[in-house]
Design a protein around this ligand. Structure first.
Ligand SMILES: CC(C)(COP(=O)(O)OP(=O)(O)OC[C@H]1O[C@@H](n2cnc3c(N)ncnc32)[C@H](O)[C@@H]1OP(=O)(O)O)[C@@H](O)C(=O)NCCC(=O)NCCSC(=O)CCC(=O)O
Length: 342
């Protein structure tokens, strides 16, 4: 598959500036303009696999694209965030540079099969004066696995602007990554053998996202907590200024990671026997860089009927609310059996 510049993956480009009004820029150019320069090559080497692989769809026909997989959860059903991110890439292909993704709504209707690619069929629902809407069916074995609607808007500033306040948390520089935490636990001399296997399996997972939990879990120590979680997240590797639509696609991928588990936090006596996202909705509020640390604030306001509702807010480091998401998932649990103390 030919290497593509960041700018053309979503078919348009708009710089991700810190102000609220991204300026149109040309497609991403290596800093010194010489694509063969060591700096550009370094960027190319460091470029996030999310950009070079996961979100880099192959065009099969008009409004028909094919996506491949990079990382698959141990459940061996496709990661929901991958399907959402690829669907948004497909939707954005036929949307102009002057329009920005502002929301998406999806249903996961069948489990994705990691053994075959995913086809994305785009339906151009409407191109309005200010808003443009696309509908996308993610298809495998001739059946939809995801149905998604995405809406894009022209920039239309307004005097009505407000947001919640970003939670006060330590900066990412003061925290450890998930990998560093696992290595720290593995270094404990008294760690039971049975835990080492599980932790090493976690280390081996090549998730294209870096995560720094704000309140690091104490592995294998089961205590109930509120259904709330905070962690710093960013795409692994370099994406660069590039294309705001692409950063929204990466954020869509990131937003589904570790979100549903928030609903399980109050129930340490249970473990998920069957858990899967049923739907996912997302709203994009301002420009941001998905390859820079962002605070992901997750909470679950409700659970019941073998389902859990979880909500997330992605914050820029400067306190600007970048995106919000909501998701309901099926949560079928069973009691955790612990070895008897006797
Ligand atoms: C949600 C479902 C499963 C609903 O379909 P159905 O109604 O036909 O299925 P169902 O009757 O609910 O049964 C689904 C599975 O649950 C099992 N099942 C049924 N009742 C159960 C119970 N009381 N306790 C435990 N398991 C039970 C069934 O045996 C079946 O397992 P078997 O299938 O083994 O027979 C489907 O719409 C679907 O798969 N949608 C896609 C969900 C998805 O893939 N989301 C994104 C990935 S999830 C994600 O990304 C989260 C992150 C991550 O995965 O890490």
């Amino acid at each position: 598959m030919a290497e593509r510049k960041v700018g053309d993956i979503c078919g348009s480009s708009a710089s991700t500036t810190s102000d609220d009004h991204p300026k149109d820029t040309l497609d991403l150019k290596p800093e010194d303009g010489d694509p063969e320069s060591p700096e550009a090559q370094k960027d190319q080497d460091l470029k996030s696999v999310l950009v070079t692989s996961v979100l880099n769809l192959e065009e099969i026909d008009v409004d028909l694209y094919r996506g491949t997989h990079h990382w698959v959860p141990r459940t061996q059903r496709l990661f929901g965030g991958q399907i959402i991110g690829q669907a948004l890439v497909a939707a954005a292909k036929s949307v102009g540079d002057n329009l920005y993704a502002h929301s998406l709504h999806c249903y996961f209707v069948r489990a994705g099969d990691p053994k075959v690619p995913v086809l994305y069929q785009v339906d151009r629902i409407r191109d309005g004066r200010s808003f443009t809407v696309r509908s996308v069916r993610a298809i495998q074995h001739g059946q939809p696995i995801l149905i998604c609607q995405a809406s894009f808007q022209m920039l239309q500033p307004s005097p009505l602007q407000h947001q919640f306040t970003m939670p006060a948390v330590p900066p990412p520089e003061d925290l450890l990554t998930a990998e560093e935490l696992i290595r720290l636990y593995l270094s404990k001399p008294d760690l039971a053998e049975k835990y080492k296997l599980g932790l090493n399996k976690l280390l081996a997972i090549e998730v294209p996202i870096e995560i720094k939990p704000v309140n690091p879990p104490v592995f294998y120590k089961v205590t109930a907590s509120e259904p709330k979680n905070l962690f710093w997240v960013r795409a692994r590797g370099y994406i660069g200024e590039g294309n705001m639509k692409l950063h929204c696609c990466v954020a869509a991928y990131v937003s589904d990671f570790a979100l549903l588990g928030t609903a399980l936090l109050p129930y340490p006596g249970y473990r998920a026997q069957f858990a899967a996202s049923l739907d996912h909705a997302m709203w994009f509020h301002s420009t941001f860089r998905s390859d820079e640390w962002m605070l992901y604030e997750c909470e679950s306001p409700w659970a019941g009927g073998s389902r859990g509702l979880v909500q997330g807010r992605l914050w820029r480091r400067d306190g600007v609310l970048a995106a919000s998401c909501s998701q309901e998932g099926v949560l079928r649990v069973k009691p955790v059996t612990r070895p008897s103390k006797l």
